[in-house]
Design a protein around this ligand. Structure first.
Ligand SMILES: [Zn+2]
Length: 220
């Protein structure tokens, strides 16, 4: 792999983390992640702040003492110095710089700092069948099972949804329920007894049992 090819893969990590990477690029990136500890570490870092990132209201940033006003510039120049390829801004940069903002904001409100316990959070590619649903998810491997943190809005307000984790052996194990919040964003922690190594995916089911969102846990 040439340095340019590797850089392109790294730059795709941000899109991958938020589930926006095209499918054909996703498999190439997942294959690369298997063999590249550097990229895995960077992905874990990006993923750990994604839930906080969604809470940042850009309109309020101007009125906040954090972050330093030149933060964006400093990140851009650091990235330029490292990448030395000015013709194309790295695709992960908006995520990374906003993530840095989210860390600072999170520190201020005690969200990101208190929520991140040092266990790596793994981004999960999610697919919503309902176009109204906007969602990202991370999987957290625990000794007692896998936890799914679902950060979403657009689930029908007042409706009950059930979440099941799918195991390699075909079992579907309940991971909890939540009530849709409509346009209001929610962060829902869903716990199951399926170990991460045995989990292949998860599904959000509506009251009628129809799948409204799927998450893929087959990637490592
Ligand atoms: Zn790599």
């Amino acid at each position: 792999m040439t340095p340019d090819e590797h850089r392109a893969l790294r730059e795709a990590l941000g899109d991958y983390a938020i589930g926006r990477l095209p499918r054909d690029e996703t498999s190439a990136l997942q294959a690369h992640l298997d063999g590249c500890a550097d990229c895995r570490a960077e992905l874990a870092e990006i993923s750990s702040v994604l839930p906080a990132l969604r809470r940042v209201d850009p309109a309020r940033l101007d009125h906040t003492p954090f972050p330093p006003p030149d933060l964006g510039e400093r990140i851009v120049s650091a990235a330029r110095a490292e990448g030395a390829r000015p013709r194309q801004r790295p695709r992960w940069l908006p995520v990374a710089s906003a993530a840095a903002v989210a860390i600072l904001i999170g520190g201020a409100v005690g969200y990101a700092a208190g929520d991140y316990d040092g266990i790596p959070r793994e981004p999960v590619a999610v697919q919503a069948m309902d176009p109204a649903v906007q969602a990202t998810a991370v999987a957290i491997p625990h000794t007692w099972g896998v936890e799914i943190v679902l950060d979403a809005d657009g689930f029908r307000a007042g409706s009950t949804y059930r979440v099941v984790v799918e195991a390699d052996d075909g079992r579907e194990v309940g991971a909890g329920e939540f009530i849709g919040t409509g346009e209001n964003p929610m962060i829902c922690n869903l716990n199951s007894s399926v170990l991460r190594s045995d989990a292949s995916g998860f599904k959000v089911l509506d009251a009628a049992g129809a799948t409204v969102l799927r998450g893929d846990l087959t990637a490592t």
